[in-house]
Design a protein around this ligand. Structure first.
Ligand code: FMN
Length: 256
């Protein structure tokens, strides 16, 4: 079947695919924009930040093979509150690569070199049931290892009704992956949308491996009203947008 008509692709998907095949040469000044520029703004010192326990994973990570073998979507969560230490560990492992950090900074000191390329994504943990952390929506600052408050409503009351699949709602932690289409388009031109989606896929895998490494149950999902969630969190859906979510908690069989 011909997929073009008078040399034009027949579908919008094909058109986008063809159009974004070749990188558009970005203007020199746009090429300087870090894809995480907006997230860096959000990383500024916050007077009401919740500090998390310092994480040092040097001696506690399982082998890659074990993490790989244990990596599965699991959609059932114990009622047990997630410990603050496990929250800190999960976020530190799942966090997107940071643009810069001293080589000796926790939690990855001696484990792996810090990656130089920022992904342009950020994590917004919706804390529902974590010991000694007030329920609410936070922006995770990986460099400072702390939570910056965004909304103090209980996520179960706001996010729950906006979620199509109720099996994810009881999770003690729902970690939103937030990205900026604006920054990706500014930096990569028409190819930016592709890169944003690729980055989200990579981030999804990072969440799975973080859960697997810590023996936590977790599952990726995107079945929620994104615009309503953006509105709640104060995101415009373009400069910043909630893209997917990862529900995390302890396995019910181990916490009965
Ligand atoms: C980005 C992304 C979004 C997803 N969204 C949903 C979703 O909204 N609802 C759902 O039931 N599964 C969703 N899934 C699929 C599951 O979370 C999971 O990947 C699937 O059950 C396969 O399990 P496995 O990854 O352990 O092989 C999504 C997966 C990904 C990667």
């Amino acid at each position: 079947m011909r997929e073009t008509l008078f040399d034009f692709p027949k579908s919008a998907g094909l058109l986008v695919h063809e159009w974004t095949k070749q990188p558009q040469p970005p203007a020199a000044e746009l090429a300087q924009i870090s894809p995480s520029a907006w997230a860096e703004q959000l990383e500024l010192e916050h007077p009401d930040a919740t500090p998390l326990p310092r994480v040092d994973l040097r001696h506690s990570l399982p082998s890659y093979g074990q993490m790989f073998a244990n990596r599965h979507s699991r959609r059932a969560y114990a009622d047990t509150p997630l410990s603050r230490a496990d929250l800190a560990r999960f976020l530190a492992l799942a966090a997107p690569p940071q643009p810069s950090a001293p080589q000796d900074s926790a939690p990855f000191a001696g484990v792996r070199p810090y990656r130089a390329t920022p992904s342009g994504l950020a994590l917004v943990p919706l804390v529902q049931n974590v010991a000694d952390v007030a329920p609410g929506a936070y922006l995770y600052s990986a460099q400072r290892q702390q939570l910056h408050p965004l909304q103090s409503d209980h996520p179960r009351a706001v996010f729950g009704p906006l979620c199509f699949q109720q099996e994810f709602v009881p999770a003690p932690l729902i970690c939103l992956v937030v990205g900026s289409l604006h920054d990706y388009l500014a930096r990569y031109g028409d190819r930016g949308y592709r890169y944003l989606l690729l980055a989200v896929g990579t981030q999804a895998q990072r969440c799975y491996f973080a859960a697997s490494a810590l023996g936590l149950n977790g599952s990726m999902f995107s079945s929620f009203f994104q615009q309503r969630i953006n509105l709640w969190l104060g995101f415009d859906g373009y400069q910043a947008a909630a893209l997917v979510a990862f529900a995390v908690g302890y396995a019910p069989e181990e916490h009965q």
